[in-house]
Design a protein around this ligand. Structure first.
Ligand code: ADP
Ligand code: MG
Length: 729
């Protein structure tokens, strides 16, 4: 009998909100208290050491050994005061999550006893035995060591009893084995490229920082129900389960009042986030039942990426304290919204100017148009690698599947800016402009209001939308390490800006005025990238046809999408800009295919087990009950009466048999297909076979099992149902 399910439901019904012990002061008093930030560094480091670290952050200079020792001593003293007993290099391997290996501070002292010790070399570099992290063949060479190295641009922090030091992770041979290494390179690359372009408009610009504000969506599910669903437990999503009669139709969850139990959870992880300096600002209920979102104030992108990774870890840990499980899977429940992680992206100069924000003067609007149009052009030219940067198994259910953002990359900018680009296209010519023409152009540009925020139409269906002073890359999956899309986006935009500057300078050399040269190139880009701009409904059927007509690619299949990692265009850009070598791109491609394939393999196994061990035995049990009943009726009643009375039962018995037969056969075939796929060594071929030969069985099996869920006695259905997982509080 379905004892586990009912016990779980009972547990949930008896749950009380878990109390949160709030700090006794206001947020600003404890915000960042566990972060070794600039203020703390000034207190714990010598002036010289502090200046070295700051230079390293601002200019990427190396920190020498002597200074590293000083920093280590200061950092240790600070950490020990906060209760730290251990330290760890904290890094972002290509698994997508973060990794840590804790070492105690204590060391044997001379003459006996132990002391707390932490040397410069422990801070700067470590050699974790990290042979089990994905490496895509990079570490199969004779020298398979990997190193972690301190990233001073992201501050160390204390969590629990551990001092965590953000690091990069690279192979002995220099190839990156993580997300942070290429991210830092890409951010430096765009700093330089955008900074150079800024010189056309403002000579004071010395540094351009990328800003990133991610919005994190997630589901919560009660721990007891989660544990009663092997599929959720092992794959992060429900592989079977009929839709609840009521789910999100009434939109009554979106922005609804947050229940006490959930609110306490949110408050709890927010307090922990604040202590770590993560500026979580917004919390609300999302569209789907039990779906929520939190968003911070944007930060410099490298820090923002670290903060997102830390927050996901925190959210997971704190959830357990509240008897919840947090689901970051992109599509835990079929038929209702999945979860994404919108990446709000812009660039900020050291002079305080947001490069995607129009200003008061035609000059600042010209700068704005320059960065806007170059971004559109970059997305146009590199749509496929951007799409690939967010392609993971979970996101496949969101992208171009049951919901958007669609598998077709497009850019939305709103009607105002569309008009503006149309005007530019008409007005700008390649011959010398007359004073009248110049005045008209100036007037046009002057029309861009300083604050577009309020009157930019919101188009929720676009994967890449301009939202007033930033672009929002919406196709990113909720479980993603956002470094991946950030590496890609910043590299392709930086590459585009370099190209732009080259073209403008070439025209200037022909004695054309700077402004005119800029407009000429912008006009060219407006025309060249027109087909990526789309203002309509990205979810509509019409768009699919329209996009095909425009020649835009529409890739929903993950292995297909990932091919962009090794396309000629991608290799050209990433090699030229020294973000990735060809070998690193090949490795990343293979690692992603590997992870994708393994996820599908696990899903296929879990599905097989569920059907064979949970569902089919239940079906037989119920069918036997019906058969008993029919036999009884036959014994008790005359034939004509019996036939009438048993009609429903007999139909159900037949339906169960028929559907069971289909399901059983599909499971057998799926297992066979899996076995065949597993025999393939080449991961590129294997992933394709998984995607095209194994996955199609998932839907087929699910379809019939979900129908059966509707006819089998609720008393014996073994798995918590959608209505229970989404609504039982
Ligand atoms: P919405 O749901 O309407 O998109 P939210 O308030 O949920 O808005 O999220 C907006 C996100 O965009 C926040 O994380 C915010 O900090 C971020 N953001 C705002 N301005 C910028 C900017 N210039 N650069 C990067 N991110 C930004
Ligand atoms: Mg948003």
């Amino acid at each position: 009998m379905a004892t586990i399910r009912f016990k779980a439901i009972e547990e949930v019904l008896n749950r009380q909100p878990i109390d949160v012990v709030l700090p006794s002061t206001k947020t600003s008093k404890y915000f960042g208290e566990n972060v070794f930030d600039k203020l703390e560094m000034q207190e714990y480091l010598s002036r010289e050491a502090y200046q070295n670290v700051i230079d390293s952050i601002n200019q990427g200079t190396r920190i020498d050994r002597k200074i590293a020792n000083q920093v280590a001593i200061g950092m240790k003293a600070w950490a020990v005061e906060r209760g730290a007993t251990h330290y760890t290099h904290w890094f972002h391997p290509l698994t997508g999550s973060t990794a840590e290996k804790h070492d105690a501070f204590f060391e044997p002292a001379e003459g006996g006893g132990v002391i707390e010790s932490f040397q410069g070399e422990m801070l700067v570099q470590q050699e974790p035995d990290a042979s089990s992290f994905p490496h895509g063949g990079i570490r199969n060479t004779f020298e398979a060591r990997g190193y972690t190295a301190w990233d001073p641009s992201s501050p160390a922090f204390v969590y629990g009893n551990t001092l965590c030091i953000p690091t990069i992770f690279v192979a002995y041979t220099g190839e990156a084995l993580d997300y942070k290494t290429p991210l830092i390179k890409a951010l430096n690359f765009i700093d330089k490229a955008a900074g150079d372009v800024c010189q056309y408009f403002d000579k004071d610009v010395e540094k351009v920082n990328v800003t990133l504000g991610w919005e994190q969506e997630y589901f919560l599910i009660d721990n007891a129900l989660y544990n009663a669903r092997p599929d959720l437990h092992l794959t992060g999503r429900t592989l079977i389960g009929h839709a609840s009669a009521k789910d999100q139709q009434l939109s009554d969850h979106y922005f609804g009042s947050i229940s006490d139990r959930v609110k306490n959870y949110m408050v709890d992880f927010e307090v922990e986030a604040y202590k770590l300096g993560i500026p979580v600002k917004t919390r609300h209920n999302e569209v789907a039942p039990n779906q929520f979102e939190c968003a911070p104030i944007f930060e410099e992108a490298n820090l923002a990426v670290d903060h997102n990774q830390i927050l996901m870890t925190l959210m997971d840990k704190v959830a357990r304290r509240h008897n919840f499980r947090v689901l970051f899977h992109e599509k835990p429940f079929k038929g209702i919204n999945g979860s994404g992680k919108h990446n709000n992206w812009s660039m900020l100069t050291n002079t305080g100017k947001n490069l995607l924000s129009p200003g008061k003067t035609p000059r600042s609007n010209m700068r704005f148009l320059t960065f806007l149009i170059n971004t559109i052009k970059a997305v146009h030219d590199h749509a496929d690698i951007l799409r690939a940067s967010v392609a993971v198994a979970g996101n496949e259910h969101r992208l171009g599947a049951h919901e958007a953002p669609p598998a077709i990359m497009s850019v939305f900018i709103g009607s105002q800016l569309t008009n503006m680009l149309d005007q530019l296209e008409k007005r700008v010519t390649n011959k010398k402009m007359t004073p009248d023409e110049k005045t008209e152009l100036k007037l046009d540009i002057g029309k861009i209001p300083e604050i577009l925020l309020d009157n930019t139409d919101r188009n929720r269906t676009s994967p890449f939308a301009f939202t007033g002073n930033r672009f929002e890359f919406r196709a990113v999956g909720s479980s993603a390490n956002v470094a991946s899309p950030m590496i890609t986006l910043n590299t392709v935009v930086a590459n585009q800006l370099i190209q732009f500057k080259k073209e403008v300078d070439a025209i200037i050399e022909k004695d054309v005025k700077k402004d005119e040269a800029i407009f000429q190139v912008l006009k060219k880009y407006i025309i060249a990238s027109k087909k990526i701009r789309f203002e309509g409904n990205g979810y509509g059927e019409e768009w699919i046809a329209e996009a095909a007509k425009r020649g835009l690619s529409n890739i929903a299949d993950v292995p297909e999408a990932l091919k962009a990692f090794i396309s000629k265009e991608t290799k050209d850009v990433f090699e030229k800009s020294q973000i990735f070598t060809e070998r690193e791109l090949e490795a990343r491609y293979d690692i992603r295919l590997e992870i994708f394939t393994k996820r599908l393999q696990i899903e296929a196994r879990v599905l097989g087990d569920l059907i064979r061990n949970h569902i089919i035995p239940t079906l037989i049990k119920y069918q036997n009950t019906l058969i008993e009943n029919v036999k009884g009726l036959k014994e008790l009643f005359p034939k004509d009466q019996y036939e009438k009375m048993s009609k429903h039962e007999l139909d159900t018995i037949v339906e169960i048999s028929e559907r069971t037969a289909i399901v059983k056969q599909a499971v057998d075939e799926m297992i066979e297909a899996r076995k065949q796929a597993n025999r393939i060594d080449n991961i590129r071929k294997k992933s394709e076979v998984y995607s095209t030969k194994v996955v199609p069985y998932f839907e087929k099996i699910r379809y019939h099992v979900d129908k059966l869920e509707l006819i089998v006695d609720d008393e014996i259905w073994p798995l918590p149902k959608y209505r229970e997982m989404l609504f039982t509080r």
